[in-house]
Structure formats: structure tokens, C-alpha cells
Design a protein. Structure first.
Length: 211
């Protein structure tokens, strides 16, 4: 984690603690989230597609077989991936749709202006629109990409089941909140909703019990 990002996260935790006593409890319990810039956007996006909707162990196996298709480099270039043979990708374990999705991502990144050379100049909405314009990339994938690859600090994933469950517990609701309710409930978390969302995951993953 860079010093600049570390200082941003520290400030976010301070401001969230001041704005929400219950978040302050979670921050003191779990410490600051370990968000980092996640490397090359193209590679991160391809990997996210391969890992979608399957177990981590199976995904790692398929991902390694996928990389083995391109022995000349550690990771296929957009040119190599866009021209890849779909049956060969299927042999590595990708479904037909995922094979089409990743070759489509390779084709998109053939344009150096698509995303990677100016990504920090794009707003969250602009990044989201570019990503969801790709086949196979929905809003959830775009949100996870912005949080865990770009380390954007004010993303609220409205259709993430873990966050829905966490918010139900955190706000003591008798129902899972709808998108509009989630936005209203978290208004005071701006501009650090990614950070607060990380703690919603913790509420569920760690089965946090309020004193």
C-alpha cells in the first residue's frame, strides 16, 4: 500500500468514526482495511471474469491452465488474447461464454485509450460505464474492480449479497435493504463508502456480535 493511499484510508477511518459511532466500534475492532491498488487493470479484469461464480480452488486451477496456453509470456497481451482460439480456452476449463468474454476484453484493450492509460482521470461513473459496456462485465464486477483494483474510496456495491446482509445487521433492519434505502442509509458515509462497505463484509464474515 502506498503512503498516499494509507493516509487516505487513515483519514477515511477517522471521518467515518466521527460520523457513525457503530462504525467506530467496527474500525476499532478490525483496524483499517487492507485496500491496495491492484496492478494492471487489463489483467485484473480478465482474472475477475475467470474467477466469477466458481470456487477459489477451481478458479485457480482454470486460471493456471489459461496462462499455460500462452507460454511466451507471464500473461497474454491483449493482442494474444483477442486472437485466442475459443476451443483452446474451453480446453483450459473456461465456459463458452467466459471464453468469449475474455477475448472481448482483449479486443477492447487493443485500444490504448480504452481505459488503462488515463484511468485515474475517469470518474467512478465513467469507469463503470466503460466496464459494463463489455460483455460479461456487470455492475458487481465493475464495483469490485473499482474497490480492489483501483482502490476507489466511495463505491457502494448495491447488489453485493455480503453488503446487503451486513447492512441488515448493522442497521438492525427486519429486511434486506433495497438499493434506494442503501443509498439513503449511507449518505453520511460519503465520500468513503468503499471503506464502510468493507466493514459490512466484516460484520457478516466474522459474525460480529454487538455488545
Amino acid at each position: 500500500m502506498t503512503d498516499h493511499l494509507s493516509s487516505q484510508i487513515a483519514l477515511a477511518c477517522q471521518r467515518l468514526s466521527e460520523s457513525d459511532p457503530r462504525l467506530k466500534t467496527l474500525i476499532e475492532t478490525f483496524g483499517p482495511p487492507g485496500l491496495e491498488r491492484g496492478g494492471d487493470p487489463y489483467q485484473a479484469l480478465v482474472r475477475s471474469i475467470i474467477y466469477q461464480q466458481i470456487s477459489g480452488k477451481a478458479a485457480r486451477s482454470i486460471f493456471n491452465r489459461f496462462l499455460a496456453i500462452f507460454p511466451g509470456s507471464k500473461f497474454p497481451t491483449p493482442q494474444e488474447l483477442s486472437a485466442a482460439d475459443l476451443p483452446g480456452l474451453r480446453m483450459a476449463g473456461l465456459s463458452q461464454r467466459k471464453a468469449e468474454y475474455v477475448t472481448g476484453i482483449g479486443a477492447a484493450f487493443l485500444d490504448p485509450h480504452f481505459l488503462s492509460d488515463r484511468i485515474d482521470d475517469l470518474s467512478d461513473r465513467q469507469v463503470s460505464e466503460k466496464l459494463t459496456g463489455l460483455r460479461g462485465v456487470g455492475q458487481w464486477t465493475a464495483d469490485m474492480f473499482m474497490i480492489f483494483t483501483l482502490a476507489r474510496l466511495d463505491v457502494l456495491p448495491l447488489n453485493d449479497q455480503g453488503i446487503l446482509n451486513g447492512m441488515q445487521v448493522f442497521f438492525e433492519l427486519d429486511h434486506l435493504p433495497a438499493a434506494e434505502e442503501m443509498v439513503e442509509l449511507t449518505e453520511h458515509w460519503k465520500p468513503y463508502r468503499s471503506i464502510a462497505s468493507w466493514y459490512m463484509w466484516k460484520v457478516v464474515d466474522e459474525d460480529f456480535q454487538w455488545q
